[in-house]
Design a protein around this ligand. Structure first.
Ligand SMILES: C[S@@+](CC[C@H](N)C(=O)[O-])C[C@H]1O[C@@H](n2cnc3c(N)ncnc32)[C@H](O)[C@@H]1O
Length: 185
């Protein structure tokens, strides 16, 4: 469904309205800073990658099942974050790990929540392996069974953890974002 963010994203060359979710979260929490190296999980069509570059990020690597149109100054890995052959292609460490990973929704809320949690857990595992000490983590999660346990799991690894819902995230959507600031290592 088109709305002001869809039109704004297209007119500003951001590819997807979802870019404004990262932009709004970053305006408040400054998770991506100039010169940062950023890993973006579930990056298609590239809205967050473009937004991260505009925030001044240095290296940006995106991963998705679907192939993206190239983003200037960024790298892309095609594959599933649930498969080791994709995960093994991730090299080096990052200041920020972002995950907007989302399953194809089925209409069965319980199933969708469970699939979203699997993706969020995969993102956390990648963050634990590749974040620099003091790095930041932002992950989309569908609220439902298992959410509190996942929150507690993220909380073990970061100095500060908060649930955020940016204005650009539709109110009726069950998605929220978990923000982990200051990776403890
Ligand atoms: C909401 S979209 C991301 C939008 C993106 N943040 C942007 O601003 O352009 C979620 C993405 O997660 C990807 N995805 C879902 N499961 C995945 C998996 N197992 N591995 C990699 N990507 C996956 C989907 O292909 C989809 O492109």
């Amino acid at each position: 469904m088109r709305d002001k963010y869809t039109d704004k994203a297209l007119s500003e060359g951001l590819r997807a309205r979802s870019a404004f979710k990262l932009i709004q979260i970053n305006e408040k929490y400054h998770i991506v800073k100039r010169g940062n190296d950023v890993l973006d999980l579930g990056c298609w069509p590239g809205g967050w990658m473009i937004a991260a570059k505009r925030m001044g990020a240095n290296k940006v690597i995106g991963i998705d099942l679907a192939k993206i149109e190239p983003v200037v100054g960024a790298e892309f890995i095609q594959g599933s974050v649930l498969e080791s052959k994709t995960i093994n292609k991730i090299q080096g460490s990052f200041d920020v790990v972002l995950s907007d990973l989302a399953p194809k929704t089925s209409g069965n809320r319980g199933l969708d929540v469970a699939r979203s949690l699997d993706l969020s857990q995969a993102a956390l595992n990648i963050a634990i392996k590749h974040l620099k000490i003091n790095g930041n983590f932002l992950v989309k999660v569908f609220q439902g069974e298992g959410y509190q346990e996942f929150f507690r799991e993220v909380n073990k690894h970061f100095m500060f953890v908060k649930t955020v819902k940016p204005e650009a995230s539709r109110q009726r959507s069950m998605e929220v974002y978990l923000l982990g600031i200051g990776f403890k290592g």
